[in-house]
Design a protein around this ligand. Structure first.
Ligand code: GLV
Ligand code: MN
Ligand code: MN
Length: 400
């Protein structure tokens, strides 16, 4: 199965006919179809499918001598943000299988196992915490907290995974599995326009986090309630959105409110409550923290004048991640001094890097757009990614 054939198989799964955007949320029908695709690709190659207790999929190619440790892991994720692009995640999984095929075609016999991975709920689009599968695997989130996470319909992570054959009591760090991994490499579509050549190597992931702002007022009639009598949560919410932009500009950071839930959401009703999610990122931890503090202060100040209650909860925070220099510099040199670049996006590789030497490769994105339908990489660049990944894997698998 060539890269193009695998890509064509995945392309229609979960794509909206109206927008061309992808809706592949963890353990929903389209994502289950992607998982089935992964299992079929693994089986077709005679790989050993060994999913873990956290919902992550792993397909192992063992060396002839049966060695089971010192493995090189490569892959990414198959879930998407709401209305996402085709490449964020799947490109890293499809190139992983294609690179494995390239190694086999040239008769390469690995000394170490190669494991292709698809991590669960990387985007956090369903349960709110990004990289949930890799966080559970590495112990970056407690099983108790993960079990209690809820999706938009109120279903808990524990209940959803139980429905799909996983044991909620068994989730959590897997030291036995981590102990078998020597290196990790995630290939990903570049999510900005910074990459000029077809392939690059990651330097770092900037600090990023998510905060939930709840504004509670009093639901009431839009036509019969005088302005002075209103407790409208929409007003401090609006102030918070504007404050986010201003605080980001002041601190040299990024602050985004891309998701909001209004209850009950009637045109002719003052809202009873508004919940807004703030995504905050920046070059250093202090600047991100300062940005969020300033936004929270502005929200609380605006709420006082409208007699609205404000609750702020941190849903996740990931500090600056500098990929290990020895590995990234080695891979860069191996690939012919390709560009080295930081990213503002979170990745499973960043979570994995806390436990094993991990690197990332990027494939050029000519539009620079990501988390949207026009996210793109040209096929020749994707194939250059396969070649680069195969070269990297061969090198790491050869390591004594
Ligand atoms: C994942 O893509 C993120 O950066 O939120
Ligand atoms: Mn993403
Ligand atoms: Mn991704």
């Amino acid at each position: 199965m060539t890269f193009e054939a695998m890509w064509a198989d995945l392309l229609p799964v979960g794509r909206s006919a109206a927008t061309g955007g992808y809706h592949r949320f963890a353990w929903t029908a389209p994502e289950l179809e992607c998982r089935a695709w992964f299992e079929a690709e693994a089986a077709g190659r005679g790989l050993a499918l060994e999913p873990d207790a956290n919902g992550n999929l792993f397909a192992w190619w063992y060396p002839a001598d049966g060695r089971r440790d010192g493995a090189v892991l490569t892959g990414s994720h198959l879930d998407s943000v709401p209305g996402g692009g085709a490449f964020d995640g799947p490109l890293g999984v499809v190139t992983a299988f294609a690179a494995l095929d390239a190694l086999r075609e040239r008769g390469f016999a690995p000394r170490r196992p190669l494991v292709v991975a698809a991590f669960a709920e990387e985007e956090g689009a369903r349960f709110g915490v990004a990289c949930l599968g890799s966080r559970l695997l590495t112990g970056a989130i407690t099983p108790e907290r993960a079990r209690a996470l809820r999706d938009g319909d109120g279903a808990t992570f524990a209940d959803v995974i139980a429905e799909h054959g996983l044991d909620p009591a068994a989730i959590g760090p897997d030291e036995a599995l981590l102990g078998r991994l020597a290196y990790g490499v995630e290939l990903h579509v570049e999510q900005g326009r910074a990459l000029v050549g077809p392939v690059g190597v990651a330097s770092s992931i900037i600090p990023h986090g998510r905060w939930r702002f709840g504004f509670t007022g009093q639901g009431d009639h839009a036509g019969t309630t005088a302005l002075r009598d209103r407790r409208d949560p929409m007003l401090p919410f609006a102030a918070m959105v504007l404050a986010a932009r201003q605080a980001a500009e002041r601190n040299g950071t990024l602050a985004t409110v891309g998701k909001v839930a209004v209850d009950p959401g009637g045109v002719n009703a003052i809202a009873a409550s508004v919940t807004a999610w703030l995504d905050g990122r920046g070059p250093v931890d202090d600047a991100v923290r300062r940005t969020v503090t300033e936004i929270e202060r502005a929200a609380r100040l605006a709420a006082v004048g409208h007699d609205v209650k404000v609750d702020v909860a941190e849903e996740s925070y990931t500090p600056l991640l500098d990929f290990p220099h020895a590995l990234r510099d080695h891979l860069r040199a191996l690939l012919g001094d390709v560009p080295l670049l930081p990213t503002g996006a979170g990745h499973d590789a960043g979570i994995l890097a806390a436990r094993i030497p991990t690197a990332m490769l990027y494939v050029r994105n000519p539009t620079g757009i990501s988390h949207a339908p026009s996210e793109h990489a040209d096929i020749p660049d994707c194939l250059a990614g396969v070649t680069a990944l195969a070269q990297v894997l061969e090198d790491l698998l050869e390591h004594p």
